[in-house]
Unconditional design. Structure first.
Length: 63
């Protein structure tokens, strides 16, 4: 339960700040950024970096 709450807060920090992932991991009390990334991926299915990337825009071709 605590991990889920931490990851929910982490998602907000990743989306709405420019803080480095390692700093976010430290703020949330993870022992390392690698441990944070593993926990984040286990809960969300994505890495922290994937969440920060802008969504891909698909091309639609109309003929």
């Amino acid at each position: 339960m605590l991990d889920e709450v931490s990851i929910a807060y982490a998602k907000e920090l990743i989306k709405h700040s420019q803080k480095p992932i390692a700093e976010i991991a430290q703020i949330l009390g993870f022992s390392s950024s690698a441990n944070f990334a593993r926990t984040f991926k286990r809960i969300t299915g994505k890495t922290p970096s994937m969440l920060r990337l802008p969504p891909k825009i698909s091309r639609v071709c109309y003929d």
